[in-house]
Write a protein that binds this ligand. Structure first.
Ligand SMILES: [Zn+2]
Length: 41
């Protein structure tokens, strides 16, 4: 299992599917967009 391969939400800025790494969403273009400190998932 490689959870980094699963597309989560699209980036709100560029629409690229973000990586869901642990408790963070990471855009390949923008870096970390959300993390587990935010009540957003
Ligand atoms: Zn982006």
């Amino acid at each position: 299992m490689d959870e980094g391969q699963r597309a989560g939400r699209p980036c709100p800025r560029c629409g690229t599917p973000m990586y869901h790494r642990h408790c963070k969403y990471v855009c390949p273009n923008h870096g970390v967009i959300y993390d587990c400190a935010d009540t957003f998932y």
